[in-house]
Design a protein. Structure first.
Length: 607
C-alpha cells in the first residue's frame, strides 16, 4: 500500500503535465490497438516473472524469506513498468485527447483523472492476477484469485480518496464565482492554504468513509473482542469502534488505526490476527496502535504530506525555469508543435519524479520507521514488558511466511524491532532517548521545510534567478530565430517581471513590427506606456491608441482594463469608468481587482 501511494502520485503527475492537441493524426482504432498490444506484452512479462518464482518455490531452491523478498521486488519492478506503459499511453498515444472526447469529461479534471487512473489500476490488476499463485504459496494464505484481486483493489483505492474529493471540490470552486476565489486558485500561497486546509478537514472524516468501504464490522460479539474493549477502556483510550478488518478475507495478519479525533478514530484487526495471537499479544498489538495516537503520528503524517506539496509546488517552477534556460529546451517551447511541448513536460517530470521518490522513500520513510519504533516502545511501556509485543511480532513473521530479517523503506525488520524492544529491558532510558530523537528530528524537518519552502515558493532571489536564466536563454534563441514572435513575447513578459521595461518595450515593438495585429503585444505595450515607473518611458497618447486597437481585436476583460487605465491616465475618467464596468461584466476571474480599479476611477476628481 505504501509503495502504491508513490505510484499514484507519479501517475497523476504524468497525466497532469500532458496537454493534448486539438486534433489527432492517428485514428481511434490505432490508439486502441496499441493499448491492447502493449498490455499483452506487459501481461507476458508478468506471467514469465511470477512463473519463474513458482518454479523456484516448487524446487525448494530458496527459503520462504528469500521468496518473499523476490515476490516484493518483482511487484515493484512490474509496478514501475506499469507506470512506464501509462506514460507511453499519455505522451505517445495521446490518452488525454481521447478521454476529452467523452461528453462532459473535458470540463472536469476529476473525471479525466478517474478514467486515466482506471487504466493504471487495470495494469496493477494484471500484476495481481499473475502474482496470485506466488502470494498464496509464499504467505500461506488460502483465498481465491478473485478475492485476492478485489482485496487489493479495496485495500489500495482509498489512497485516492483524498485526491478525488480534493479534485472534485477544486473543479466546483473553479466554476462558482465568489470573493477570494482568484487569490485561492491563482496564487501559490492561496493554493497551499486551500490544499492544506482541505486535506486536514478531509483526514478528520475520511476514516469513517474508509472503514465503510472496507466493510469493517464491530468485533465486540466475540469473547476476545469484548476483552480487548475492556482493556482499551481500562487504559483510558478514546476511540469510536474496534472493528474486524475483512481485507483479503481477513487472512492478512495485520492491525491498524485510523483517525485524528477520537470521535472518528477506528482500531482495526483482521480475523487471522485475532485467531493466531494470545490475549496478551493482542493487547500488545492494540497498545502499539494506541502509541500512534498518543504521539499524534497520524497528524504528523498530514504535516509530512503537506510538506511535500509545499516543496513540490516551488520545485516544479524552479525546474521549469532551469530547463527553460537551456537553448535546446527553449527551442521546443518556441514553436507551435504541441508534441514538442509535451516532450518538454515529460522531461520536466523526471526531476519531479526523483523528488517524489526521494522525499517519500527517505524523508517520510525515515519518520515512518521511527514512528513504528516509538509505537513499539509505547506498547512495551503500556504492557509493563516488551515480551508480548516481541512474541506477537515473531509469531506474525512465522505464520505469514515473512522473513524476520526483511526490512522495508517504511518499517524496520522484525528482527530489528524485536532487538530494540529487548534493549529497552536493560536500558531504561532508551524510550526517552528515542522520543527525544523523533521530536528533535521533526523540529529539524520543520525548520528545513520552512526555509526550503520559502526559498522555492516566495523568495525574490529564486524568482529573479529563474527569470534571469530564462531571459538569457531567450536572447540566445532569438539569435537563431530573429523572427520568432513567441520568443519575443516570452522575453517581453520576463523583462516585465524583472522590471526591465525598456527591454520589454523593445520586444513588444519587434512583435508589432512582425505582426501589427498581435493583440496581446498591443495590450501589454499599452500598459507599460501608461504605467511605467520611469516617466521617460511613458507615452500616454500612444498607449491609449494601442489599447484601443487591442480591444478592437479582442474585447476581453483584461484588454478593457488596460484601456480603462489608459483613459484614466489621460484624464478621461468618465470613459475609464464606463470601460472598467464593461470589464467587470465580462470577467470570470480577478473581479476583485477590477472592482478596485472602478473605485479608483470613481474617486478621481476629474469625473
Amino acid at each position: 500500500m505504501f509503495n502504491n501511494i508513490i505510484y499514484f502520485i507519479i501517475v497523476l503527475l504524468i497525466f497532469g503535465l500532458n496537454y493534448p492537441d486539438k486534433s489527432q493524426a492517428n485514428s481511434l482504432l490505432f490508439f486502441l490497438t496499441m493499448l491492447l498490444l502493449t498490455w499483452l506484452i506487459f501481461a507476458g512479462f508478468c506471467c514469465w516473472g511470477f512463473r519463474d518464482i513458482q518454479k523456484r518455490l516448487n524446487q525448494d531452491a530458496i527459503d520462504a524469506g528469500g521468496l518473499t523478498a523476490q515476490y516484493q521486488r518483482l511487484i515493484v519492478r512490474l509496478s514501475v513498468m506499469a507506470i512506464f506503459l501509462f506514460a507511453l499511453a499519455v505522451y505517445f498515444l495521446d490518452l488525454k485527447y481521447w478521454l476529452q472526447l467523452i461528453p462532459g469529461v473535458e470540463q472536469f479534471s476529476v473525471l479525466q483523472g478517474l478514467l486515466a487512473l482506471s487504466m493504471f489500476i487495470f495494469y496493477l490488476s494484471t500484476v495481481w492476477y499473475f502474482a496470485y499463485p506466488v502470494y498464496e504459496a509464499v504467505f500461506r494464505v488460502e483465498i481465491t484469485r478473485r478475492s485476492y484481486i478485489t482485496s487489493n483493489l479495496r485495500f489500495n483505492i482509498p489512497i485516492l480518496f483524498p485526491w478525488f474529493f480534493l479534485s472534485l471540490v477544486y473543479d466546483l470552486v473553479a466554476i462558482i464565482r465568489w470573493p477570494g476565489k482568484d487569490w485561492l486558485l491563482d496564487n501559490i500561497g492561496g493554493q497551499l492554504v486551500f490544499f492544506a486546509g482541505f486535506i486536514f478537514i478531509l483526514m478528520i472524516f475520511m476514516p469513517a468513509v474508509i472503514q465503510y468501504w472496507w466493510g469493517c464490522k464491530p468485533i465486540n460479539t466475540s469473547e476476545k473482542g469484548r476483552q480487548l474493549e475492556i482493556f482499551l477502556k481500562k487504559k483510558g483510550f478514546k476511540y469510536r469502534h474496534l472493528l474486524n478488518w475483512p481485507i483479503f478475507e481477513g487472512k492478512m495478519m495485520t492491525a491498524g488505526i485510523m483517525g485524528i479525533l477520537p470521535r472518528y478514530r477506528y482500531l482495526l484487526i483482521t480475523d487471522s490476527l485475532l485467531e493466531a495471537l494470545s490475549m496478551e499479544e493482542l493487547k500488545a498489538v492494540l497498545a502499539h496502535e494506541m502509541g500512534h495516537a498518543r504521539y499524534r503520528h497520524l497528524l504528523l503524517y498530514i504535516v509530512l504530506f503537506v510538506g511535500f506539496m509545499v516543496i513540490s509546488f516551488g520545485l516544479f517552477e524552479l525546474f521549469y525555469y532551469l530547463f527553460m534556460a537551456h537553448p535546446g529546451f527553449m527551442e521546443m517551447l518556441s514553436g507551435e508543435d504541441s508534441r514538442a511541448v509535451n516532450f518538454f513536460n515529460l522531461i520536466l517530470s523526471l526531476p519531479m519524479l526523483i523528488t517524489i521518490v526521494v522525499y517519500f522513500r527517505f524523508v517520510v520513510g525515515f519518520f515512518m520507521r521511527n514512528f513504528e519504533r516509538q509505537a513499539d516502545l509505547y506498547s512495551a511501556t503500556t504492557m509493563g514488558t516488551p515480551e508480548p509485543a516481541i512474541s506477537a511480532l515473531e509469531k506474525i513473521a512465522y505464520l505469514s511466511g515473512k522473513s524476520r530479517d526483511l526490512p522495508s523503506w517504511h518499517h524496520f525488520s522484525i528482527r530489528e524491532r524485536a532487538e530494540c524492544l529487548l534493549r529497552s529491558l536493560a536500558d531504561g532510558g532508551l524510550i526517552k532517548r528515542h522520543n527525544r530523537f523523533v521530536a528533535i528530528s521533526f523540529i529539524v524537518y520543520l525548520i528545513l521545510l520552512g526555509g526550503l519552502g520559502y526559498f522555492v515558493n516566495f523568495s525574490p532571489v529564486k524568482q529573479n534567478m529563474a527569470y534571469t536564466l530564462v531571459g538569457k536563454a531567450l536572447k540566445q534563441q532569438l539569435l537563431k530565430e530573429p523572427d520568432n514572435i513567441n520568443l519575443y513575447l516570452s522575453l517581453a513578459e520576463v523583462s516585465q517581471y524583472l522590471e526591465d521595461y525598456e527591454q520589454a518595450i523593445h520586444a513588444y515593438e519587434k512583435i508589432i513590427g512582425l505582426k501589427p495585429n498581435h493583440a496581446t503585444s498591443l495590450n501589454n505595450l499599452a500598459w507599460i506606456l501608461v504605467t511605467a515607473p520611469d516617466q521617460d518611458l511613458r507615452d500616454l497618447n500612444r498607449g491609449l491608441d494601442l489599447a484601443k486597437k487591442a480591444v478592437a481585436l479582442e474585447r476581453s476583460s483584461v484588454f478593457l482594463d488596460t484601456l480603462a487605465e489608459a483613459y484614466y491616465r489621460n484624464g478621461l475618467n468618465r470613459e475609464a469608468v464606463k470601460t472598467i464596468k464593461e470589464a467587470i461584466a465580462l470577467a470570470t476571474e480577478n473581479r476583485e481587482y477590477y472592482e478596485k480599479q472602478l473605485k479608483k476611477f470613481l474617486s478621481s476628481r476629474n469625473l
